[in-house]
Each structure stands twice: as C-alpha cells, then as structure tokens.
Design a protein around this ligand. Structure first.
Ligand SMILES: Cc1cc2nc3c(=O)[nH]c(=O)nc-3n(C[C@H](O)[C@H](O)[C@H](O)COP(=O)(O)OP(=O)(O)OC[C@H]3O[C@@H](n4cnc5c(N)ncnc54)[C@H](O)[C@@H]3O)c2cc1C
Length: 325
C-alpha cells in the first residue's frame, strides 16, 4: 500500500511554528493529489496542546509528549520520529529547513538510512513521488529532483508554501512509539541568549531591511525606527552582515533566511539575485534607493528614488502622526 506522507513540525512557545503549518498544508495537498494519507507529527512537552492547533491545517496530528530537558530538542524529535516511522512505515517525511529542522533531517537520515532532498523551495507530486524545486547557482537556475527510492526525506524552506486552514480539521492522537533508540547523549551545559534572538524574521508580517546604503551600523537606527513604527522587524543583506554592522540572525537571502511578510521595505538595497531569492514572495515590496537603475526596481511594487536618511524618518513621522502619537 502507498505509504503515508508526514509533516514533521516544530513547537515554539507552546504553538506550532508557521513552518509547521506550512508543512502540514503541503502534506495535506500532496496527499489529496496522490490519494495517500497525510499526517503531521509534533514532539515536545506541549505537543498535545500544539497539535490541537495544528490540526486546523488539515492532517491528523500525532502528538508525542516528550520533554527534552537538557538535551537538544532536535535529537529528541529525531529519535521519536525515527521510532514512529519504524512502527508505522510512512513513505515520505517533510521537515522544515529551520536550524533545528535541518538537524532533525540529518539525524533522521542516519537513523532510518533514508536519502533526503534538501532546500526545496517548492514541492509537486509527480510519478507517485514528491518532486522538489531547488534554486541553484545563486538563484539563476531552478532544478527539479526526486528521490531515487520510493521513500525519503524532503527538507522544505520556510515560506515555500502558504499555510492554510482546511475546511475539515484533522484529529489529534497522543501517541508514544513502541521502542525509542536514544541517540548518544549530548547534553546542553549552558544556554546563552543572543541579543538578536528575539527577532523572528520568518514570522514577521512587516520587515524593514537595510543594505549597504545605510552606510554603517549607526545607519540602522532609521531602519529600526521605521520597523518599530510599523510593528515589524529589521532585516539585512549579506553585505552588511559580513561587514559586521548587524547580526546574522537578520540576514535574508540565499545564505540567510527566506521570508514572506505582507510588507517588505528595502532601504539602500541593490536587489542582487542572492537577496531577491529570500524575499521575492513578500506581499508588497517597497524599495528606497537613490539609484533609479538599481536592479531592485525590476521586482519592487513601488520604488522611491531618494536618500533613505531623508525618506525613512519622514515615513516614520508620517505614520506616527496618522496614528495620533
Ligand atoms: C554565494 C553567495 C551567496 C550570497 N548570499 C546572500 C544572501 O543570503 N543575502 C544577501 O543579501 N546577499 C547575498 N549575497 C551577496 C549579494 O550578491 C550582494 O552582494 C548583496 O546582496 C548586496 O547587498 P546590498 O544590496 O546591501 O549592497 P549593494 O549591492 O552595495 O547596494 C547598496 C544599494 O544602496 C543604495 N544606496 C546607497 N546609499 C543610499 C542612500 N543614502 N539612500 C538610498 N539608497 C542608497 C545604492 O544605490 C545601492 O543600490 C551572496 C553572494 C554570493 C556570491
């Protein structure tokens, strides 16, 4: 019998992440197309509660309540999912390309001895199997790949799919796999919060991003101000991250994060292909650039030609004035 399609989700603050919802939507869509069954799997101390919420995206959810304690969460997810997969023999596991998700996928590959397709920016169903779209050569080419076996893992980039609520929500089953092989015990001895870790760029509805045009670390003040006024977060290009003007957590693009906010304001950003691939599916893109020929003008919805240091403070002040404060 054709095996199931599983979406392996993650939990943050007791709720499924947006990426978990995207994977659940993707699995449900592929299952409908292929006549297979989709399931989502959540592992964590809050799995049952988070699963009730994730079920809104369609598939039935298997919730494994497991507390990682001082162990890396990815290891706990991987060993539980591997054990469940041995019990239930799904065909395809979809894992998110988040920091933990990539670790989970790598461990699952080793534990199950399965192959993986990495960095899928889109997935379609073809010849009884998932086919992954991958962006290569800095976004200049898109390849289509499939697994050589009739089972395997697909690692999906955030924002490759739009999470949708299903007409009929799935059901939740609390479950414990029969036999878990614990991975060699890596223990977390200390947690250090990075200042920028509060930034949840992938989930933000509004991003104001700065590029080399901000001129230096202090130039981000006007970017930060507008982000705060609009209730958004600060993004950045690789050029400014490499220059040490802002932390890597803010980097958007091929070697940074893929984002899909409703509004993306690009200030002093030229629009190189490697940046574009990380933000081109944003709802509305507004570019502020003093060069009318900057490539970002080719895909921005609105391009304001001028100096960002004049324009951004005026926009911030204008939005504040409209709100009466
Ligand atoms: C393998 C590889 C991976 C990469 N990965 C990434 C990635 O993940 N993300 C990424 O962003 N890049 C990535 N890059 C780098 C990418 O090619 C570009 O170099 C980078 O995006 C350029 O950043 P920028 O737009 O900030 O700078 P620039 O290209 O220098 O553009 C600065 C812009 O600011 C404008 N400007 C200057 N002053 C002002 C002002 N006062 N007001 C208004 N506008 C002004 C200029 O007109 C210009 O358009 C990668 C490159 C490679 C080779």
């Amino acid at each position: 019998m054709a095996g199931e399609i599983w979406a392996i989700g993650e939990i943050a603050d007791g709720q499924p992440t947006r990426l978990a919802r995207e994977l659940a939507t993707l699995a449900a869509g592929l299952a409908a197309e292929s006549g297979r069954t989709a399931r989502a799997v959540l592992v964590g101390p809050d799995a049952s509660t988070a699963a009730e919420s994730l079920a809104a995206n369609g598939p039935d959810v298997l919730a494994v309540d497991a507390d990682p304690g001082d162990r890396p969460v990815a290891a706990v997810i991987a060993e539980q999912v591997a054990a469940l997969a041995r019990d239930r023999q799904p065909s395809f596991l979809f894992v998110g390309a988040s920091n933990d998700g990539r670790d989970v996928a790598g461990m699952l590959q080793a534990l199950l001895d399965w192959g993986a397709l990495v960095n899928a920016a889109g997935v379609r169903w073809q010849d009884e199997a998932p086919q992954a779209e991958m962006s290569v050569f800095g976004g200049r080419l898109v390849t289509l790949s499939h697994l050589a076996a009739d089972h395997g893992i697909v690692i999906v980039r955030p924002s490759s799919v739009t999470a949708e609520e299903a007409a009929r929500p799935g059901k939740v089953a609390a479950i414990a796999p029969a036999a878990v092989d614990p991975l060699p015990a890596v223990r977390i001895v200390e947690r250090i919060a990075e200042a920028s870790a509060a930034v949840s760029i992938e989930e933000a509805p509004v991003i104001v991003a700065g590029g080399r045009g901000v001129g230096g670390p202090e130039g981000f003040a006007v970017v930060q101000e507008l982000a705060e006024v609009l209730g958004g977060v600060v993004g950045a290009t690789r050029a400014v991250v490499d220059a040490g003007w802002i932390g890597y957590a803010h980097q958007i693009g091929q070697t940074g994060k893929t984002v899909k906010p409703a509004l993306y304001v690009a200030a002093g950003i030229s629009g190189a292909i490697q940046h574009k691939v990380g933000m081109q599916t944003s709802g509305t893109i507004i570019a502020i650039n003093r060069d009318p020929d900057a490539p970002i003008g080719e895909f921005a919805d609105l391009m304001v030609i001028g100096d960002l240091f004049e324009i951004l403070p005026r926009v911030s002040a204008g939005v504040r004035a409209r709100r009466g404060g």
